[in-house]
Unconditional design. Structure first.
Lengths: 281, 342
């Protein structure tokens, strides 16, 4: 491209803000539209198909049979409830551990210590997920250091460890934005620590807590590897999806099961939206 | 004579190796409107925060009404603070903010409501009870912060740069209003400012801070007319010092002396000078016309420079700006020159 042409192009873009904006946004919009929403649509569509019981071939006719089975079979209801329970437990444990840590980082540590603590919280994310899960497998095995054995509890512990940074960082960012003078004002007006926490810190940090909980909840809900490594014989939704893709070769049913966590997350987001927390993200 | 509202004894504070406050002794009487004036980093805010209880002194004591509160937490002290950024709770409405302190102290609902509404009325904010802080202007937020503190009827009200975030017009209005509110409620007001005009116009007494110490305490007139040190002379008003050889030549004595610019009269070289007056000749190097007054910068023949402020009683900018470069005589009454600590 010649110099003159480049200059004319730059001038054109400068004058036409709309064109400039659409050029800049085209890549993310393409990503959102095709790669993300498109894939979701494909998922829902294939959930309405079925497989031939004898040949295992895909039958591309619309049927609600997959969802009917999902809703009526006892085993899937149990697994769904168990998965939600695990995700809720992980979220709660992470919240209880993360809030004091985030508060100490944001409000008590010196600026220098703050930087190091953020790095310390981020460091585990540099290590592979699998390495960390297997580390917990070794710790938890009945002849390991902890020796608590495998199962749902082991799964909750491991997932809590894995997703803890995703809870700490949003809360830390939220508390960091909270002016110290608000805490001082509460104390100045006679409030002790617990009251200040209840009436000032918690309500103002709540959107950040919600942001963190969306991470921990959705990541736990979709996990199937950790539960395979430390879960013993317990199964979560992710395992059902995985088994139907692999061993059973029933892609349409796997797709139907995969919509369950999507729906749960949508319900969760809708509930959160009502609290007004999403407006402050 | 009862105990002072606030008494500071040998107050010191160091942060790491930095000495923010290096020995402050101060008595503030009940009902006084007291200003702590100084440049940023002079320790005045740190002193305020130690009185509020947000910082613990490295050494020394803080007394409130005769009781030692040095080791008490903020919520155990009978003081309330108006913060520089107002620190209103953004998730509560105006009424919720003002009632906060009363709710913490378990004041019954009806009394709480009544006192909060009265406090809001005293700062002229009736009808704003249900607004959120985010929906208020800077001046309104400032007044909510004031009401939130006053409603608790503290022994001392602490104000940290209370007008710093307001624009000039509003600041001047609030200066008058703060003063009248203080007179009405009779509570001791202790406020921190870096604005010398604010300190002079509002307060009964001023403490001038510099490098963690108090340079001078006195009424606005004392601090302005008779600055004790060169720092006070330069920080409060315009520094106008005669020192060294110039002092010898003009005044016939050794030392450093201060004369305020408005006490100087710009006269013609040959004008007579009577026995109660001193004078010095020099050349006008700069003329700044500022509406109601004109500022003359005069380079003295004896060395050094003085600034003279003349009211524009009969002259206009046309007349005065032509005076640059002319030879003049500055005349002042002897009683307006003061020896100061350099």
């Amino acid at each position: 491209m010649t110099r003159a042409l480049r200059r004319r192009l730059a001038a054109f873009l400068h004058r036409h803000a709309g064109v400039r904006l659409s050029l800049l946004l085209s890549a993310p919009m393409l990503w959102l539209g095709v790669a993300y929403l498109g894939a979701l649509a494909a998922l829902f569509l294939s959930a309405l198909w079925s497989t031939d019981t004898f040949t295992g071939d895909l039958v591309k006719e619309v049927t609600w049979a997959n969802f009917q089975e999902l809703l009526t079979a006892e085993v899937y209801r149990t697994i769904t409830l168990r998965s939600v329970g695990v995700a809720a437990a992980v979220t709660l444990i992470d919240l209880v551990i993360a809030f004091p840590m985030a508060f100490a980082m944001a409000k008590l540590a010196s600026p220098r210590a703050q930087r190091w603590l953020v790095i310390a919280v981020l460091t585990p994310l540099w290590a592979s997920y699998l390495v960390k899960a297997y580390a917990w497998r070794v710790l938890l095995s009945s002849d390991g250091v902890l020796g608590w054995g495998y199962g749902l509890t082991a799964t909750v512990i491991t997932l809590s460890y894995l997703w803890l940074p995703y809870m700490i960082l949003p809360i830390y960012a939220g508390l960091e934005r909270l002016p110290n003078s608000l805490l001082e004002a509460a104390g100045d007006l006679g409030a002790r620590g617990w009251r200040t926490f209840r009436t000032v810190v918690w309500p103002l940090a709540f959107p950040a807590v919600i942001a963190g909980s969306i991470f921990t909840f959705s990541l736990s809900l979709g996990d199937y590897i950790t539960v395979k490594i430390v879960g013993g014989r317990s199964q979560l939704i992710g395992n059902v999806v995985y088994d139907n893709i692999g061993a059973a070769g029933n892609l349409p049913f796997a797709a139907a099961v995969a919509t369950v966590p999507v729906v749960i997350m949508l319900v969760y987001l809708a509930a959160v939206r009502r609290t007004g927390a999403l407006e402050n993200l | 004579m009862s105990d002072p509202a606030v008494r500071l004894c040998g107050l010191r504070k160091s942060f790491g190796g930095v000495h923010a406050v290096t020995g402050v002794d101060l008595d503030i009487a009940d009902g006084e409107f007291f200003a702590m004036l100084g440049p940023s980093g002079s320790g005045k805010t740190t002193v305020l925060r130690m009185i509020a209880g947000f910082e613990a002194p490295t050494s020394g004591t803080v007394e409130l009404g005769g009781a030692d509160v040095t080791r008490l937490a903020p919520f155990e002290r009978d003081v309330n603070t108006v913060f520089q950024d107002y620190a209103l709770f953004p998730h509560m409405d105006v009424l919720g903010n003002v009632e906060y302190g009363l709710r913490v102290k378990r004041v019954p609902r009806a009394e709480r409501r009544g006192r909060a509404l009265a406090a809001l009325a005293s700062v002229r904010l009736e009808g704003y009870e249900r607004r959120r802080p985010g929906q208020l202007s800077g001046g309104q937020r400032q007044r909510v912060a004031l009401a939130r503190a006053l409603v608790n009827r503290p022994r001392v009200l602490l104000l940290d740069e209370p007008l710093g975030a307001l624009d000039l017009k509003l600041r001047e209005e609030m200066q008058v209003e703060l003063k009248s509110i203080q007179r009405e409620v009779g509570i001791t007001f202790l406020f921190v400012t870096h604005d010398q005009e604010e300190a002079l116009t509002m307060s009964d007494r001023v403490a001038v801070f510099n490098e963690g110490r108090i340079e001078q305490v006195g009424t606005p007139a004392e601090v302005y007319e008779r600055p004790a040190t060169a720092f006070v002379a330069s920080f409060v008003g315009t520094s106008n010092l005669i020192s060294g050889e110039a002092a010898q030549a003009v005044l016939g004595k050794e030392g450093t002396f201060s004369v305020r610019p408005e006490k100087l009269r710009v006269a013609a070289l040959g004008d007579p000078v009577d026995g109660a007056e001193h004078s010095a000749t020099g050349t006008v190097s700069e003329v700044v016309y500022a509406g109601p007054a004109t500022r003359f910068v005069v380079e003295l023949d004896a060395g050094g420079r003085l600034i003279a402020l003349q009211q524009n009683l009969q002259v206009s900018s046309m007349d005065v700006t032509g005076l640059r470069g002319t030879r003049v005589r500055l005349v002042w009454q002897r009683r307006h020159e003061f020896a100061i600590v350099p």
